[in-house]
Design a protein around this ligand. Structure first.
Ligand code: NDP
Length: 488
């Protein structure tokens, strides 16, 4: 029994009992060992590492650790494939992208199970969010492949060349789709490095590439740790697309300065979710819960700072705590699970350290009673009240299921506090008043502002940040631009 479970002063949970509803893992057949996928072939490497399931820490497979030479080889292969791929008419490239989208739909269950197994996210999220969105990105960019001249009229768009793409562990397949679909639609070839803790869906994607009969060398997957990512940044690529921490993003930007390589960075966030006293309260509570507890809070645009108008702070926090008590934490592969496993031990340590900092600085913590499994990496949904702007939990990206609540009185004050962060990725506004939504959207320094909703994604809509949240946009027509060069 954990200390969380022993808490007694919490509001009464809903009292529902759920029988386990585990999704079978039989649909996934893993190999014992994976190489690098380069030029349509599996290549062995000198070194390997083991990837595990964060729900029980059991090993899933051995994965190749790509060296600098392995990365250079993958980039050379991508470059030789570029000539014929970029010469294909856009309508031909589109056919491959449509095929990939359809295969992802057909194999959605297999991918969803593997995503939850390797990453720890609840199956209902990988099944209902990650997979449909990943397929939707390929469908969407397939549609642009033969219309680039219309997307960028009078600018003579052409592909950039070989794109190096580095992705994180929070949405492994979805981030792959965000990166590979626009690159291929634009006529580029790619070398992609998945995160060290979640390589398996990218490796399964190689089988989709094979099934779609994509020409060899157009998509290459190199697995490894940060050093593999660094080797890709330094390799002979024409563009780097990176999603991950601000710290690594800054290091990449320094390395690329003066090289002429194109760069887009999608980095961290500390989003403000702002609730006005005229909002639909129950709806807002759902939006707050979705904003921070979706994907265990491992979301760059998570609504991790809740700003509540002072007059409704008390009833809102009461409702929020009651709702939190109904969240089910546990096996990611159980269809009832709301909050799955924390992605890695390192990430769990980071969350625990920041939560301790919140306690030490004087914030008040609430965690609903919940039974956390003995094995694996877990963290109960957490909310901090009495938070000051200066506390670390109000300033730093926790990247876990931890919400900091602050209050405000006027819209001006809400904007000033919301913008008081080095980040600028996303924000949410809850109010019945349309004019206030527009005013807030204009004044919030965030790449995405959601109104009366949160964490809503669509391939047609550009996504990206300001300030230390990075630059460049992914999604929509804007997401094509970084993969194109222009004569005019
Ligand atoms: P990183 O930024 O280290 O990882 C992102 C990707 O970059 C991974 O594929 C990683 O490889 C790779 N990488 C690591 N070092 C380098 C390097 N020097 N050059 C090129 N690529 C590199 O994030 P972490 O996984 O370490 O997470 C740390 C924190 O970052 C989290 O706690 C969270 O706050 C934030 N984060 C933000 C994300 C976002 O979407 N904005 C996503 C993930 C994390 P490898 O996995 O092998 O280390």
């Amino acid at each position: 029994m954990t200390s969380v479970e022993k808490k007694s002063s919490a509001p009464v949970p809903a009292g529902w009992t759920y029988a386990p509803a585990p999704e079978s893992t039989e649909i996934v057949s893993l190999r014992d060992r994976y190489g690098l996928y380069v030029g349509g072939k599996w290549l062995e490497t000198a070194e390997r590492f083991t990837t595990i399931a964060p729900r029980d820490e059991l090993p899933l497979a051995e994965v190749a650790q790509a060296s600098e030479a392995d990365v250079a080889n993958a980039v050379a292969v991508a470059r030789s494939a570029f000539e014929s791929w970029s010469a294909l008419p856009g309508s031909e490239r589109a056919k491959y992208l449509f095929r990939i989208a359809r295969i992802l739909q057909e194999r959605a269950r297999e991918f969803a199970v593997l995503e939850s197994l390797n990453g720890g996210k609840p199956i209902k999220e990988s099944r209902d969010v990650d997979l449909p969105l990943a397929a939707a990105h390929f469908f969407y960019y397939a549609g642009w492949a033969d219309k680039l001249e219309y997307a960028f009229p009078n600018r003579a768009p052409r592909p950039v060349g070989v794109a190096g793409q580095i992705i994180p562990w929070n949405f492994p397949l979805l981030m792959l789709a965000w990166k590979i679909a626009p690159a291929l639609a634009g006529g580029n070839t790619v070398v992609l490095k998945p995160a060290e803790t979640t390589p398996l869906t990218a490796l399964l994607f190689c089988d989709v590439v094979r099934q779609a009969e994509l020409p060899p060398g157009v998509v290459n997957i190199v697995t490894g740790d940060g050093s593999t990512g660094a080797a890709l940044v330094d390799a002979d690529v024409d563009k780097i697309a990176f999603t991950g921490s601000t710290e690594v993003g800054k290091a990449i930007q320094r390395r690329l300065a003066g090289t002429g390589k194109k760069l887009t960075l999608e980095l961290g966030g500390k989003a403000a979710n702002i609730v006005f006293d005229d909002c639909a309260l129950d709806q807002a509570v759902e939006g707050i819960v979705n904003g921070i507890y979706f994907n265990q809070g491992h979301v760059c645009c998570a609504g991790s700072r809740l700003f509540v108008q002072e007059s409704i702070a008390e009833p809102l926090i009461e409702k929020l705590k009651k709702r939190m008590a109904t969240l089910r934490v546990g096996d990611p592969l159980d269809k009832n699970t709301d909050i799955g496993a924390i992605n890695s031990k390192i990430q769990l340590d980071k969350i625990e350290e920041l939560v301790q900092a919140g306690r030490d600085e004087g914030a008040e913590i609430y965690q609903p009673p919940c039974r956390l499994p003995e094995k694996g990496y877990w963290f109960a949904p957490t909310v901090f009240t009495n938070v000051a702007q200066s506390y670390r939990i109000a300033q730093e990206e926790i990247f876990g299921p931890v919400l900091s609540v602050l209050t405000f009185r006027t819209p001006d004050e809400a904007v000033e506090k919301a913008n008081n962060t080095p980040y600028g990725l996303s924000a949410g506004v809850w109010t019945e008043k349309g004019s206030r939504i527009l005013w807030m959207a204009e004044h919030l320094r965030a790449g995405v502002v959601w109104a009366n909703t949160f964490n809503r994604f669509d391939p047609t809509s550009p996504f990206g940040g300001y300030k230390e949240s990075g630059f460049g946009r992914e999604g929509g027509r804007h997401g094509l631009e970084p993969y194109l060069a222009f004569d005019a």
